[in-house]
Design a protein around this ligand. Sequence first.
Ligand code: MTE
Length: 296
Amino acid sequence: MRLSYSAVTPKRIYQNRRCFLATLAALAASPALCGTKLAGVTATPFGADEKPTPYKTITSYNNFYEFGSAKDDPADNAANFVTTPWSIRIEGDVGKPLTLDLDQIMKLAPLEERIYRHRCVEGWSIVVPWIGYSLSALLKQAEPTGKAKFVAFQSYYDRKQMPHAAGLQFPYVEGLRLDEAMNPLALLCVGLYGETLPNQNGAPLRIVLPWKYGFKSIKSIVKIKLQEQMPPTTWNLANPGAYGFYSNVNPAADPWRSQKEERRLGEFAKRETVIFNGYIKEVASMYAGMDLKKNY
Ligand code: MTE
């Protein structure tokens, strides 16, 4: 059995100074400013046996355009993002439309730690010990009908809480084919490094799709709609020639820039990018017969 990262790592060796200071501040203020430890997390057969990227890097080098477009903007500007109470609406072609609050979502399935590679289309990559469970467990609750072919996701957006939002149309939206969303590798994520998600990483819940470029892994979700039509996606709306609906990691398809290599944050030398970010066994069959250069 593989041990979870939190089981083998002394508490808080990864904690950065920002979080430490925030903890002190939180003694005076009520909302928690950094993660709450998640109980009962088990290891999972899904995930890479690779060394996770340091906590500090994962939580200070982010893309979350609602909080600004520079890499250090989200950590700075999302510090006071209010994520309680939080609920998520699941609707559309489903037998049982649902609104679930965060407590209900946390109890739907056992929480697992999954160490996934994460590859951004900008050419950098990280390895993250995420926490959550398969997205399929959530979607099944709503009982998708035979008409549902795609799943549309929508992030939270509030200009008052996000005055630094820039560069894209908001709310941020993403989408998957239903079989992709039901693939066990697709993670409904509520935490990382043994704790609840930091705001800059998409608190309180996001999707993680390790075989696709990072922009498909939509953060801070409030709505999920099952539907017959392929939904619009934010980066495709911004630049249709560069960002396709599928956006599977693919060193052979490079509509915007070469995707043959990547730099793991913290490493100097570049490494070769692998099709589906290495998750071939888990996902390749979903794209059998498809031209992945055309359907990038
Ligand atoms: N989700 C929302 N709502 N807004 C965003 O700007 N950026 C995406 C994705 N999800 C983004 C988002 C991009 S481009 C990447 S690479 C990942 O989040 C980054 O996730 P991380 O900051 O946890 O590494």
